[in-house]
Design a protein around this ligand. Structure first.
Ligand SMILES: Nc1nc2c(ncn2[C@@H]2O[C@H](COP(=O)(O)OP(=O)(O)O)[C@@H](O)[C@H]2O)c(=O)[nH]1
Ligand SMILES: [Mg+2]
Length: 307
């Protein structure tokens, strides 16, 4: 298919075209940049919600619930980008996400895409910002990005979102504490999922203490169970509140935040790609010079960065 034709079909909301466009940018096929150029300016309608938190807390199960709510009560189109560090150890994480959302895959108003995060699975590139732009341009109303909140890069992806939900569960202590610098600062709403298990109230109190530490902000902490649906309606109202805020004058800050996140994400990836290309062709001479004491490590690095 010709690229301008593909862009046109994406803008019309053609699902197959959306899928092809995403594959094209993920593989960095020829024409990917051109494609992004033609659709990039047609974005800005979707609400981008980031969902993060330690593995196994029930993020995907909650995403599944949110999809149902949006489809049922608002008839809105929903897109999901599940970013997961697929490694030989965590193995079927992506598969698990797919299974949890499987009932929506036949719904034409739902578009689910899983991708591996950078650094895993042979250095597959994220391309998250492009995927979101493509979904947005295709007329999807709500785009949910799910990442595992363990690494710095997973948390950085959340900067692309207009609003962020942090998911925890009873029994988590260290996992939250360790990433306090990240997880405890980025949430607009905190969720203690699995309220059907013991210890949920304690976890809520814990979290309230942590998030209230932060200057001026006191994001809500909600107790829910994706299993029994307890508290899901309150959670949905809270998410809807954030979506409506985006559309209000107050939403400007959310838009700017997301735009900054998108630009930085793209720029970082581009810089790293360029650096890797350059390293490929230039390091051997630099290494030689450093080894011969003709050049310091610092100077070699500077030369590599300058190109
Ligand atoms: N008891 C209980 N289990 C849940 C709940 N929500 C999710 N789970 C289970 O927790 C496991 C991990 O869920 P998943 O959504 O894949 O977590 P993720 O890694 O955060 O995406 C699965 O076995 C779910 O069925 C809940 O509210 N209560
Ligand atoms: Mg998941």
């Amino acid at each position: 298919m010709r690229d301008d034709n593909l862009a046109r079909r994406v803008l019309k909301g053609d699902r197959r075209a959306v899928s092809m466009a995403i594959t094209k940018v993920e593989n960095r096929d020829e024409g990917a940049a051109q494609l992004m150029e033609s659709i990039g300016k047609k974005t800005g309608n979707a609400f981008i919600l980031g969902i993060t938190g330690p593995p196994g807390t029930g993020k995907s199960t909650l995403v599944d619930k949110l999809i149902s709510e949006y489809r049922k009560t608002k008839k809105m189109k929903v897109g999901v980008v599940a970013v997961d560090p697929t490694s030989p150890i965590t193995g079927g994480a992506l598969l698990g996400d797919r299974i949890r959302m499987v009932k929506h895959t036949l719904d034409a108003g739902v578009f689910i895409r899983s991708m591996a995060s950078r650094g895993w699975a042979g250095g597959l590139s994220g391309a998250v910002s492009e995927v979101i732009q493509i979904m947005d341009a295709s007329g999807i109303d709500v785009i949910i990005i799910e990442t595992v909140g363990i690494g710095q890069s997973d948390i950085e992806i959340m900067n692309i979102a207009h609003a962020v939900m942090v998911v925890t569960m009873p029994g988590l202590g260290d996992e939250i504490q360790v990433s306090k610098g990240g997880l405890m600062e980025i949430g607009d709403v905190y969720v203690v999922n699995k309220s059907d298990l013991p210890g949920a109230d304690g976890m809520v109190i814990n979290l309230l203490g942590m998030v209230h530490d932060m200057k001026g902000r006191s994001p809500p902490v909600l107790k829910v169970s994706a299993l029994t649906s307890e508290g899901i309606d309150t959670l949905f109202s809270s998410v809807e509140g954030l979506r409506k805020k985006l559309q209000s004058p107050e939403g400007k800050a959310m838009r700017l935040r997301s735009a900054k996140g998108m630009i930085l994400e793209l720029a970082k990836r581009r810089l790293i790609d360029e650096l890797e290309d350059r390293a490929e062709s230039r390091t051997s001479s630099l290494v030689e010079m450093v080894a011969n004491h003709e050049l310091s490590y610092e100077e070699a690095a500077s030369r590599l960065v300058k190109g």
